[in-house]
Design a protein around this ligand. Structure first.
Ligand SMILES: [Zn+2]
Length: 103
């Protein structure tokens, strides 16, 4: 049997849809404020993460890979991206933490 409900939130409930919408909006706002207001951008990512954790939502791959898990900075021009030995390496330009993704 397929488990569709996690915790008390059902996947097809209005609350769940709202959470998805909020997370998407927060990431859009975080992207927009990245250069203008860094701390605010980080705060948006932090809140989006909190909502996802609370509602048992796994962030989409595109969102998950768009920010640094260590310092919550959205990746940008200062981020170093390298491909070697079938591993994608992303180094955060802000805190220097490294994310490795095999491909
Ligand atoms: Zn970082």
């Amino acid at each position: 049997m397929i488990k569709i409900a996690f915790g008390s939130v059902k996947k097809d409930s209005r609350k769940y849809d709202l959470a998805i919408y909020a997370i998407d909006s927060l990431f859009t706002m975080a992207n927009e404020t990245r250069n203008a207001n860094e701390s605010r951008s980080k705060r948006y990512v932090f809140i989006a993460e909190k909502i996802a954790a609370r509602m048992d939502i796994t962030l989409e791959r595109r969102l998950k890979r768009s920010y640094c898990k260590n310092c919550k900075t959205i990746y940008g021009a200062d981020t170093q991206i390298r491909l070697s030995n079938r591993i994608l390496t992303i180094r955060c330009g802000h805190c220097g933490s490294v994310k490795r993704i095999p491909y």
